[in-house]
Design a binder for this molecule. Sequence first.
Ligand code: FE2
Ligand code: FE2
Length: 379
Amino acid sequence: MKEKTLASTESSDTTSPAQPGVQRRSFLKGLGVTGAALSAGSLLTTVAEASDRRNIITVGDVAILRFLAAAEILETDLWQQYNELAGIQDSEVPGGSGSPLYTAAVTQLDGDMAQYIHDNTEDEMTHEVFINAYLVSKGAEPVSLESFRNLPSSQATGAQNIGRLTNLMQLTVDTSWWTRYRSRTGNPDLGDTFPQAIPTLAVGQHTAIPRTDNDLSDPNFLNAIAFTAGFHFGTIEQGGSSLYPSLAQRVTSSEVLRIVLSIGGTEIAHFQTWQDKAGNALPLTAVDPVTGVSVTIPNLNSPPFGGEDYQTNLIMPEPTAFLSRKLPACSIIRPTETKGAAMGAVKGLTADGLFVGQSKDFFKFMHTLAVEADLAVRE
Ligand SMILES: [Fe+2]
Ligand SMILES: [Fe+2]
C-alpha cells in the first residue's frame, strides 16, 4: 500500500534530492509522528506539488509546530502563575484567587494590568491548544509536558498549589531587549550586543511573584517583586516576537506559515504592551529579605541612563540596521536570524532561570524538540 502522507494533497513517493531517504526516515523517528502517517513521500519534489503548498505539511513543519507547541505550553504555565496572583480570575482563565496586595503593586505599572495579564494568559492557552489540535488534524502527535510538572507553586494566598513547569521565583531577567529596541544602529543579527536596562535584574536570582505571604509585608520589596514581573513580561514576549518570524523562514506549507505569522503577530502585540508598562516602574532599591539579593530600578530617563537607548516613551521599535549596514535603517523585530532559533529560545529561557529545578529529562525533551525544529528546512 502506498504510504500515507500528512498532506491532504497527493504527493510523490520520490525522496528529496537534498535529503537522502535514510536520513529523512531516521529524522522522522524522533518527531513523534503517529504510525506511518508521515513519510519521505511528504516531501515536495516537483514543480506541480510546489504549486499547491497550502495543505502540504512537511516533517520540518511538524518539527517547528511541535517546538512552538512546547514553547506555548511553557508560556501558558508561567502566565497562569502571574494571573492567579495579579490577573483577573474568571472562567476564561481559571485557577487562582488573587493576591490583592501584589495586584495593587503591579497595578502601579498601569491601571489595566490585571486585564492585560489575564488576556496574555488566555492568548497563550489558545496558542498551545490550537497548535496541538492542528498537529492532530494533520496526523502528527501533539506535545505534552504534563510529566514535567515538577516545580513548586508560590505558597502565597491566591496561587493554586500544583506542580509547575516554570519557576518565577529565581529569575535572572535579561533586560537588554529594552536597549536593543531603542538602538538606531545595533542589531543582534549583525553581531551587536546591548546593555541591560536594569543591570541588577540581570544578575542573581529574583522572584517575580510573592513566594509566601511574608513577601507582601514590606511595600518597597513588594514593589521590587512587581516591577521584576513588569520587566519579565517584556523579556518573555520579546522572545516570542522573535521566535515566530525566525522559524517562519523555514516553514514550507503556506497554511503553517499562516499559523506562524498569525500567532507571531499576537506575541508582538503582547511585547508592545509590556514594553510600555515596564517603563512605568518607579525607581527603588530593595533587598530580598530571604536571599539578601538586591535590586535597583533606576530612573531610565535620567543619567547615567536616559537618551534614546533608555527613554521610557520610545515604546515602538526604533529603526535600525537590518540585513546589511549598507541598506537604510528599518523599524523591525530583532533578532530574526533563523539558524538555531529554537535552541536559542531554549537557552534564553534557561538563562533567565525559568527552569531552575527542572529535571534532566525535561531539558533532554526540550533540547530534542529544539534540535528537530532547527533541522527543519524550507522545501
Ligand atoms: Fe504564545
Ligand atoms: Fe507570548
